[in-house]
Structures are given as structure tokens and as C-alpha cells.
Design a protein around this ligand. Structure first.
Ligand code: GLP
Length: 239
């Protein structure tokens, strides 16, 4: 059962998430952590990077993989997940050599997904999958559909995703997404789901209703035995 821990505001939710992650890394220093981008985990990553500065030894061997990416943007586009993760976490932690990531501008996106799938087969499973909750229930770019895909794949972006605020910073528009698949996430040892702000109230309510459907991919997280969910009060449905 997914039981969210409710924190009063975005800052305390982010602190809780960062402390929780540091604890996991202390327990398993070579953890493989998949990283969502977007506005939800930004502050968590800043706090994690600050921990990295004060206790460098803890972070020397943990590994990271990017959860998903906008396809068709250049890697240095300010809207990419790459840009966000590099600036907030990978560069501050000096973790470039321990970081695996989809290219956003591959000439052959399907081959790029095969590359990531092959890497994960060899180096996985993920220890901790850090996830945000899309307003339409997507996790990564596993978008609502009549069927979902297990492993890294090219995704057709939903209208909701194309309206994501990250894209306001872009020079262009993405034409597809690339993402880890539902099985990759469900095979993670642990999942950390973070949801904050009033726009997530509806999606959180739908998730917590416990009805499993591919029309709301996050609902499949109920199949996972170890989901930790942190919410702020604004994201909690009023009961
Ligand atoms: C984006 C990203 C996801 C992210 C989600 C929620 O489309 N592809 O990785 O988790 O949507 O984003 P936010 O946290 O900004 O609401």
C-alpha cells in the first residue's frame, strides 16, 4: 500500500527526500539511482548536492542514470532533463563518470534506447528510482496508453507533457520522448515518489484510489512492495 508521508511545504518535503536519499546511499554506497527531472525534485537535488560537498566520501561511488529525456532537443538546451541534472547534481557531485544518460538528439532514438536498455541489463537493477508524478499520471515518459512498455523506449509525448513548464525554456519543441520503461521501475529495489503543489492534488487522489490502469501509469506503482512517497500539504486531496 502506498501511504504518503505528508510534509507541510515544498522545502520540508525536499529536505525529507534528500535526507532519505542520503541514508540509502550511506547504506549502499554504490547505489544506482535513477533521476527524474522536472520542478518537483529540483530542491531535493540541490540539498543532495550540498550533502555531497560536506560529506564527499559518502558519494564517491554512487551511480546515476537519467530516467527520461525530451527527444529532438540539443543536449545543451536549457529545457532538457540533462541540463537540469548536470547543473544540479552531476557536476556538483563530480559524478560524470558514474552517470549514464539518454542522448536527447540521437539520429537513431530506438538504437539509443537499446543502448540504455543494454547498459541497465548489465549494470542494473536500479536501487532507488526517484520519480515525479505527471499531471496525467505519467512516470518518466511512460504516458497513459492502452499498453505500457517494459524497458527503455521511444515515447509519443502526450498533450499534457508537451505543455510541461520545462519546455518554456527551450529553443525548440521536442518531437518524442525517451524513457526507462515500467518494468525497469518496478524492478528497482525501492521507489521514491515525490509530489508537491496543488496541481498534483488530482493526480495524487487518483493514485491513492488504488485503481490500477495503464491509463494512469503511476497506478502500477502499487505493484511495487517498497514505495516511499513524500507529499506536501498542497498536493494532498481534502478528504
Ligand atoms: C516531466 C518529466 C518527468 C517528471 C514529470 C513531472 O515530463 N519527464 O521526469 O517527473 O514530468 O514533472 P514536475 O515535477 O515538473 O511536475
Amino acid at each position: 500500500m502506498i501511504e504518503p508521508e505528508i510534509l507541510p511545504d515544498h522545502e520540508s518535503m525536499s529536505r525529507r527526500a534528500a535526507d532519505w536519499l542520503v541514508e540509502r546511499i550511506r547504506q549502499r554506497p554504490d547505489s544506482l539511482i535513477s533521476l527524474a527531472a522536472g520542478s518537483t525534485p529540483k530542491r531535493t537535488y540541490e540539498l543532495l548536492a550540498a550533502h555531497g560537498e560536506s560529506e564527499r566520501a559518502t558519494f564517491l561511488s554512487c551511480r546515476f542514470i537519467k530516467l527520461d529525456e525530451w527527444g529532438g532537443l540539443t543536449m545543451d538546451d536549457a529545457a532538457t532533463c540533462e541540463h537540469q541534472l548536470q547543473s544540479l547534481l552531476i557536476e556538483p557531485l563530480d559524478a560524470a563518470r558514474r552517470y549514464t544518460a539518454f542522448q536527447s538528439d540521437s539520429l537513431n532514438p530506438a538504437a539509443e534506447c537499446d543502448r540504455i536498455a543494454g547498459w541497465l541489463l548489465e549494470n542494473g537493477p536500479i536501487d532507488v528510482a526517484v520519480l515525479g508524478l505527471g499531471i496525467n499520471g505519467h512516470v518518466g515518459f511512460n504516458e497513459p496508453a492502452s499498453y505500457l512498455q517494459p524497458h527503455a523506449h521511444v515515447a509519443e509525448l502526450s498533450t499534457a507533457s508537451m505543455g510541461h513548464e520545462m519546455l518554456l525554456k527551450s529553443n525548440g519543441l521536442p518531437t518524442y520522448g525517451v524513457t526507462l520503461g515500467m518494468a525497469d521501475l518496478l524492478q528497482a529495489n525501492e521507489i521514491l515518489l515525490i509530489a508537491g503543489g496543488s496541481t498534483k492534488r488530482g493526480p495524487v487522489e487518483r493514485l491513492l484510489s488504488g485503481q490500477l490502469t495503464t491509463a494512469f501509469p503511476a497506478s502500477l506503482l502499487h505493484l511495487h512492495p517498497r514505495v516511499t512517497m513524500f507529499c506536501d500539504e498542497n498536493a494532498m486531496p481534502t478528504i
